[in-house]
Structure formats: C-alpha cells, structure tokens
Write a protein that binds this ligand. Structure first.
Ligand code: PLP
Length: 385
C-alpha cells in the first residue's frame, strides 16, 4: 500500500509511541497531591516545557486540548466571547479555513448573530492582506478576533499569518492561527510572530490522534468552553491525558528538530511526484502556490474525472490519497478552498491531494506513477456525474 495521505493523519513516530506506552503504564492523575499524582504532573510540566521550547512559547502558554478541532473552537469562540461588547461583534476569517475553524465561525454567526467577514484568497490560495488592511482602517473597533490558518490543509499554501498579526497588533485585536498543518512541517515560532493563539494537533506530526494544544499568550483574555475541575489555568477543564501529552511532546520535539532536513527530503520527493504525474497525465493541473507551500503537499485537478471516482480507483490499485479535506470526504461537494481560489465547480470536483510524510519513500511515488494512467483513463470514461 502506498500511503499518500499524511495530511489526514501520519503514523505515530516510534519514539512517540514508546513515550505513550511507557507513560500509559504509570498510574496517576496529574491533579492529585500524592506521589503518583506528582509524578504524572511532572510528566505534564516537562512536556509543556518541551513543546514551548520547540515552538518559541513559554511553558505557561501551552494549553493542552483533546484535538486540533477543540483548540480551534476554544480559540475562535473563546476569544470572540471574551471581547464581544456593544458595537464589537465582528469576526474576521478567511475563505479557506478548515471546518474546525470555518464551522465554529459559522455557528457564532448563525446562533449568536456575530458578523463575519471572510478575507478572499488569490488563485494560488494566499490570503489577501490588503483587504485586511482596508478593513482595519475602517472597522478595527468592531472586530473581536481575526483567525487565519498558517498553512492550508488542501493545497498546502502557506499564509502570511505574521504579517496579519503585525497589522492587527496596533489595534489590540487578537489573532488566532490554525497551525495544525504547519507545525513540524515548516518553521513556526510563536514568540517571533505576533499571533496571540496558535492551534496544533498531535496526529498530523507523528503524535497520537486525540491530542492537541492551544498556545495562548498569558495576557490574552479567553472565555473557556469547558467548565469543571479548572485544569489548564481554568481554560480547559478535564483530567489531563498524561500518556497523550508525553507522546505529543515527544512528537513535537522530534518533528521540529528534524523539520529542516525532512522538509528538504520531502520537497525532493514531492517534486518528483509532481513531475511523474505531469508526465503520466499531461492535462493535470497543479494547484496551489509553487513557492509558499508545504513541502509534502501536491494537489492536482484531473479534468474530466470525478475526484471521488479517481480516489477509489487508485485505492483499488493500492494508492491512498484524498479529495479535498479528509474531514469532509464522503460529501460529494466541490472543495470550498478551490472555489475560493477561483476554480470552476468541475475543476474543484476533479481534484486529488497527495501528501507525503516521514514514512514516505520513493517507492510510494513509483506506485502512484504506475497506477495513475489507467485510473485516470477509467475515471474519465465514467465522466463527471
Ligand atoms: C488545518 C486543520 N485544522 C484542524 C484540523 C483538525 O484537527 P484534529 O483532527 O486534531 O481535530 C485539521 C485536520 O484535518 C486540519 O487539517
């Protein structure tokens, strides 16, 4: 099986798995005062330090959550609620967010009458900073929070998040960034960027599924979603998942330490994949930004093919990939990201995402190149339904 869907989830790193198993054997609630509890607390605090150190955050700025989705919801709703006031009820987002952000924003619009402004993107999938600058000139006082992802999960385009944060800072508007696809894949430095909140997720960088964190500046006000035992500075109540946190820290530390070399290795493999796809299917359209792009992402439209059909044909041939975002796969709708980039409905429905990760080798690229011509021919004869 050639697995080319690392942006959906990537295998756990052996050292993260070891940390998980080792810690799962130990007893202890990190809030208990006895020796077992103190040992669990020590593991949590050491993990917090490791994650902070890897990402340029203070340990106290790391808030553990149960997923990237939870951290996104916590940031978007929590920052909005904390700053909502009379005359201030506008959230600013982008047209290409993952559903974990986009649907949280839409929920605030539908259920709480928040005003929502979506920043457009260009045809490479990059957010238009000029539009934000104009918006800030006119409406800065009305804005509660700005949320813009660090890197897009479908086409891999890296966003000008730190530019956005620098524009927002003089107005005192908090900026959240969903960096789920970025951490461990491209340099991320929380201290150097003026963003106030940053989401990461364990299973996108070699840690366990169901782990995540929100990096949150100490002086940024946020209303919690969960109430209970008051863990995590009362920002995220719930008994801490000590093995998950230990494994997350191991994965973050490793992914960040090896990021530069691994990005170079993946970019070479990815460029070969792109060349081989173009050779096999000359009409294939390469989507996204060739320059500001995640090293492990290749995204194509195959004119005349239904993306879902092509995915199933490749799957039958032993090659696993994705159409649009994995979280919304199964729903036969064109990708909102490609539509925002100006693609027509047919192109948006005929696209496939190939994503590479730490376990990818040239054999995976070879398998795709071997399987693609027949799969495309068969998908094309089935046509666009
Ligand atoms: C950009 C982005 N944000 C958020 C998420 C959600 O993270 P999790 O799967 O940890 O809930 C994903 C997962 O696909 C993602 O790609």
């Amino acid at each position: 099986m050639a697995y080319l869907d690392h942006a959906a989830t990537t295998p756990m790193l052996p050292q993260a798995l070891d940390a998980y198993v080792r810690t799962a054997r130990e007893l202890g609630n990190a809030s208990s005062l006895h020796a077992s509890g103190r040992a669990a607390r020590r593991t949590v605090e050491e993990s917090r330090e490791r994650i902070g150190e890897a990402l340029g955050a203070k340990p106290s700025e790391v808030v553990f959550t149960g997923s990237g989705t939870e951290a996104d919801n916590l940031a978007v709703k929590g920052l909005h609620w904390a700053r909502r006031a009379s005359g201030r009820n506008r959230l600013v987002t982008t047209a290409i967010e993952h559903h974990a952000v986009a649907d949280a924003v839409a929920w605030l619009g539908d259920h709480e009458k928040a005003d929502v402004t979506e920043l457009p993107v260009d045809k490479l999938g990059r957010v238009d900073v000029e539009v934000l600058a104009e918006l800030l000139d006119e409406h800065a006082d009305a804005i509660t929070v700005i949320t813009c992802m660090w890197a897009n999960n479908e086409v891999g385009t890296i966003q000008p998040v730190c530019e956005i944060a620098a524009l927002a800072a003089p107005h005192g508007i908090p900026v959240h960034t969903d960096a789920v696809q970025a951490v461990g894949h491209t340099p991320v430095d929380f201290a150097a960027c003026e963003a106030d909140a940053l989401t990461l997720s364990g299973h996108k960088l070699g840690g366990p599924t169901g782990t995540g964190a929100l990096l949150l500046r100490r002086d940024t006000k946020l209303t919690p979603l969960l109430h209970g035992g008051g863990q995590e500075r009362e920002i995220r109540s719930g008994t801490l998942d000590v093995p998950g946190i230990a494994a997350l820290a191991e994965a973050v530390a490793h992914a960040v330490r090896t990021q530069e070399a691994e990005s170079q290795r993946l970019a070479v493999l990815r460029d070969e994949l792109v060349a081989r796809v173009r050779e096999a299917v000359p009409e294939a359209v390469y989507n996204g930004d060739p320059e500001h792009r995640l090293p492990g992402n290749a995204h194509f439209s195959f004119p005349g093919c239904e993306g879902d059909a092509l995915l199933m044909l490749l799957d039958a041939a032993g090659v696993e990939c994705a159409t649009g975002s994995a979280c919304s796969a199964g729903i036969a709708q064109p990708s909102h990201v490609l539509l925002a980039m100006g693609a027509g409905e047919d192109d948006a429905r005929s696209s496939l995402r190939f994503t590479l990760g730490w376990s990818t080798t040239k054999a995976d690229v070879d398998a795709l190149a071997a399987a693609l011509p027949e799969a495309v021919e068969r998908a094309r004869s089935a046509g666009l339904s």
